[in-house]
Write a protein that binds this ligand. Structure first.
Ligand code: ASP
Length: 342
């Protein structure tokens, strides 16, 4: 059997950082440095190629336009490789994975994002295992020669997750990610144990790229005693097209007249509000409690079990793709790429 061909796309992040001897700050290094630190890469039965951002960045600087750069590289190289590994800072990796899942529809090859909590040059780094296993996953095929993973996923600390279901939960543990509402796609131990029933399969024939994302999307987290005067500007349709509203529990909000007036004015002027829960797991059930029934009347969309990262990316995609509010709302209610419960 021929070796699988995997393309590494290096964007930056801790995995490729080195300590600046003068300031002590961690700074991104070029890909050659990373390669030199992992000689094991040459021993994998994989034909590995790499490309790198000219300016590797801390993932705090990632912008939807950078997601588009990554997606375009994957589209450009799609027919020449069996799988893709994207090296990325962990801080906003869940946002990028969510964004890429909407950008790369019809994907039938693995796109595995990974990174590390410690730079790859340090002795206790988690980066080597993350990198090597991600490459192995990106190269894995079934007995018919089809890629096992055909979606955007995150591999971190022995777990493979659906990318648009993840969230970063720890700034200190190697186990930095969780997928609170969807089971892992695979667990790596002595063998990589794939959970076949959890793997996504697209019904779209060809890879289709959507990179035209709407950027005028806001995020508001409710809290007890919230003073809506401070947030009135956010509901101004002149510069906000849609808002992700993080509500309590199963999608509940305080009986706050100002909040209700702002929402009603915003939705009747063409704005879209997507209701997700601020709980780590579970789903919005609009109307279950009296404290959420107002949302149904005001046309707020039930975001079910979407993560914050996925809700933002989904709104950016949907508003970029569809022009009428009705089409946008219909798309928001659909599970598009395995991002929410059907
Ligand atoms: N600040 C880094 C980043 O997200 C942290 C990491 O790579 O894990 O780019």
């Amino acid at each position: 059997m021929e070796n699988a061909k995997v393309l590494l796309i290096y964007t930056g992040g801790t995995i490729g950082m080195m300590k600046d001897n003068i300031t002590g700050e961690l700074r991104a290094f070029d890909f050659e440095h990373l390669n030199a630190q992992v000689p094991e890469l040459d021993r994998l039965n994989v034909d590995l190629s790499s490309i790198s951002f000219d300016d590797p960045i801390d993932s705090s600087d990632m912008h939807p336009k950078d997601w588009a750069r990554i997606a375009q590289q994957i589209e450009l190289n799609y027919n020449d490789y069996d799988g893709f590994v994207v090296l990325h800072g962990s801080d906003t990796m869940a946002f990028t994975a969510s964004g890429l899942s909407f950008m790369l529809q019809g994907l039938r090859k693995p796109v595995i994002l990974t990174g590390s909590q410690l730079p790859i040059g340090t002795i206790r780094t988690d980066g080597k295992e993350n990198l090597i296993t991600s490459i192995e996953i990106a190269a894995s095929k079934d007995e018919k020669g089809m890629p096992l993973i055909q979606e955007v996923a995150i591999y971190f600390e022995y777990s493979l997750y659906r990318g648009n279901r993840t969230t970063k939960v720890s700034a200190k543990h190697f186990e930095a990610f969780q997928s609170p509402n969807y089971q892992e796609l695979a667990i790596a131990g002595v063998d990589i144990n794939y959970h076949f029933q959890n793997l996504y399969r697209t019904s779209i024939q060809d890879l289709t790229l959507f990179t035209d994302f709407e950027e005028d999307i806001a995020l508001l987290k409710l809290y007890p005693g919230i003073n809506m005067k401070m947030y009135a500007g956010l509901f101004d349709i002149a510069h906000t097209k849609a808002i992700v509203l993080e509500t309590f529990g199963a999608g509940n909000a305080p009986h706050n007249k100002q909040l209700q007036d702002l929402i009603t004015k915003f939705t009747t002027s063409g704005g879209i509000i997507l209701n997700i829960t601020q709980c780590a797991s579970g789903s919005v059930q609009q109307g279950l409690y009296e404290s959420s029934s107002f949302f149904n009347k005001a046309g707020v969309v039930n975001g079910k079990d979407l993560t914050t990262e996925s809700a933002l990316a989904k709104l950016m995609y949907v508003l970029g793709r569809y022009s009428s509010k009705d089409e946008c709302i219909a798309a928001l209610k659909r599970d598009i790429v395995g991002e929410m419960q059907p």
